[in-house]
Structures are given as structure tokens and as C-alpha cells.
Design a protein around this ligand. Structure first.
Ligand code: PSU
Ligand code: MN
Length: 307
């Protein structure tokens, strides 16, 4: 089987699916290595691949292992990403470095999108996007996820943006970058743990067929940006905004006190929120990723002509 790109290594299952136009869903790996504690992270990664399969698509978890960008992973690969102490968090700018040095990297939304696009995968499921950090006016900390969304045609299914970020500025930046921001089944943009954020849905859609139609139209118009598909957390798994708000304020204060910034900011905040909620945030996080995997699979199936 020919690889769509000489630098990428695809599993046979993913290569076959792409060659025959069958639905494929990309999954990221920073969420495994730097977004959740062991062993819940590998359990989540394995379960989500199963959900994608059960919904008629082929899962392609993406990472760099021994310097090789990989599209589709084995159970042993997932275990390594979940537990190995030397897995770098890899955004787009880190890709050439880990590849040249032959090391392991867990890919962020940005790096996963780029590798997915190189492989020809159009739908990607994750939990939360990076965005404009609070105080970015001073720190300039804006996730490369946004830059990537501006130039890489992959639809990213997520539960919105955590309020560790400045949600308003994140939405403004996505508008500037020409990125459609769809919200499935709601008139409000969701804030990860909560269905509400105080910001309206830039564009409302209802269901996978409507989303697939937008993806097709974007492609037919030759537009190169990605698409944000915000999927609000299921009602029964939601943590009310005021409850999680206090926790996030505390986590941000703890981060400032420790002088943590740059690429360590998001992993620190995610871990601290899990600690401060005694694991309740982790349970919600896993629940929303499951729901996103179901929606993302349905979009991929609709795009491939409903097989
Ligand atoms: N937000 C989450 N969970 C995550 C991340 C963000 O709720 O796991 C991860 C994703 O991989 C995302 C990355 O792409 O953090 C953003 O990091 P940074 O802000 O350093 O770009
Ligand atoms: Mn950053």
C-alpha cells in the first residue's frame, strides 16, 4: 500500500480505508500523554477507538513514535504514549525536531490536524481545543491550534473551549482566521465541562448530515481553513459553569504562583483541575470525548456517502 506521504507510517487498516474512501476518524495523543493521568488515559484512548469502530469508521490515533509520524496505532503504542516518561508534547513547530531526533511525541490538536491532512483524513475528534489564553494581551500565549485551524482543512469535533482560556478572544481569532465555528444542537457555544459559556453559537447545525454538508461546501469552494465542530457535553455529564469556574480560577492562580507558562501551561491546568475536583473533571472529560467520538464517526460516515 502506498503511503499518501513518504514521511508518514499508516497502519494497513487506515491505509485500506483511505484508499477505498471508507470513513476514517483521526484522534490526538496529547490528550493521552499530557491531558489525563495513567491508567484512565489509555483506557479512554482504547475505548474511544472502539466507539469509532462501533459507529462504522476506522480510528486513526496520531503520534510520533521513534521519530516516525504514525497514523493509526497498536494497543502497545497507546500504552507507551500513556505511560512512557519521555513523550514530548508536540505542536506543529516541534514536529521536525522530534522526527530528526527519533524521539516520541504526543501530538496536539495543531500537529494532529497537520498530520491528518497529510494523510488525507478529514475528520478529527478530540476533547478541547487550545486557544487564546487569559492575559494573552501581555503574554502573547495563543495556541498554535488556532493558526492551524486557519490553514488546514480538517473538521475538529470538540466540546468547545475551556474557560482556562479567554473564550471571547478565541472566538474572535477564529473569525479573523476564516474558520467556520459550528455548534451542534445548541444556540450557545459550549465551554467543555459546561454546555453554556455566555457566548452564542456562531453557526448552529443539527446533526451529522448538516455538518457533513458544511464540510463538503467548504471543500467545494476550495477554502483551506479547518472547521470547528463544537459539540456540547451531554446534559447528564455537565459540571455547572459556576462550580467549575471557581476551580479554574484557583488553578490559574496556582499556575501563576508557580511561574508555569508556555507549552506547560495547558497540561498543568488540566492536571490541577483534576486534583481540585477529586477526579470529577476527569469523568466529565472522558464522557464528552465519548460523545464526540460518536458524532465524529457519524460525520465521517456521512462524508463517505453513508456507507
Ligand atoms: N484542552 C483540553 N484538553 C487537552 C488540550 C487542550 O481541554 O488535552 C491539549 C490539546 O492537545 C491541545 C493542546 O491541542 O492541549 C493545546 O496546548 P497549547 O495551549 O500549549 O497549544
Ligand atoms: Mn501556548
Amino acid at each position: 500500500m502506498n503511503s499518501p506521504h513518504p514521511s508518514l507510517q499508516l497502519t494497513e487498516e487506515v491505509a485500506d480505508a483511505l484508499a477505498s474512501g471508507a470513513p476514517v476518524v483521526a484522534l490526538e495523543s496529547t490528550i493521552i500523554s499530557h491531558g489525563m493521568p495513567y491508567p484512565r488515559n489509555v483506557e479512554m484512548a482504547t475505548e474511544v477507538e472502539g466507539i469509532v469502530r462501533a459507529n462504522g469508521a476506522v480510528p486513526a490515533t496520531i503520534a510520533v513514535l521513534d521519530g516516525r509520524p504514525r497514523i493509526g496505532l497498536s494497543p502497545d503504542d497507546l500504552e507507551l504514549l500513556a505511560s512512557h516518561p519521555d513523550v514530548t508534547k508536540v505542536s506543529v513547530r516541534d514536529l521536525p525536531y522530534v522526527v530528526a531526533r527519533g524521539t516520541h511525541g504526543a501530538t496536539t490538536v495543531a500537529a494532529t490536524m497537520r498530520l491528518a491532512a497529510l494523510a488525507g483524513v478529514k475528520v478529527f475528534v478530540t476533547g478541547g481545543l487550545g486557544g487564546v489564553h487569559r492575559g494573552a494581551q501581555e503574554t502573547f500565549d495563543v495556541s498554535a491550534d488556532l493558526t492551524e485551524l486557519g490553514g488546514t482543512p480538517v473538521a475538529v469535533v470538540c466540546a468547545g473551549v475551556k474557560s482556562i482560556l479567554d473564550i471571547g478572544l478565541t472566538l474572535e481569532t477564529l473569525e479573523t482566521l476564516g474558520v467556520p465555528v459550528l455548534v451542534d444542537g445548541s444556540d450557545e457555544f459550549p465551554s467543555f465541562y459546561s454546555r453554556s459559556s455566555g457566548f452564542g453559537a456562531p453557526m448552529r447545525v443539527d446533526g451529522a448530515d448538516e455538518i457533513a454538508a458544511v464540510v463538503r461546501a467548504q471543500h467545494d469552494l476550495g477554502l483551506k481553513a479547518g472547521i470547528v465542530v463544537a459539540h456540547p457535553i451531554p446534559v447528564e455529564d455537565e459540571i455547572p459553569a459556576d462550580e467549575i469556574g471557581a476551580v479554574i480560577t484557583q488553578a490559574l492562580a496556582d499556575m501563576d504562583e508557580r511561574g508555569i507558562h508556555g507549552k506547560d501551561a495547558t497540561p498543568y491546568l488540566l492536571g490541577r483541575i483534576v486534583e481540585l475536583t477529586d477526579g470529577a473533571s476527569l469523568t466529565a472529560n472522558i464522557a464528552l470525548v465519548r460523545a464526540n467520538a460518536r458524532l465524529g464517526s457519524a460525520i465521517a460516515v456521512a462524508l463517505s456517502g453513508g456507507r
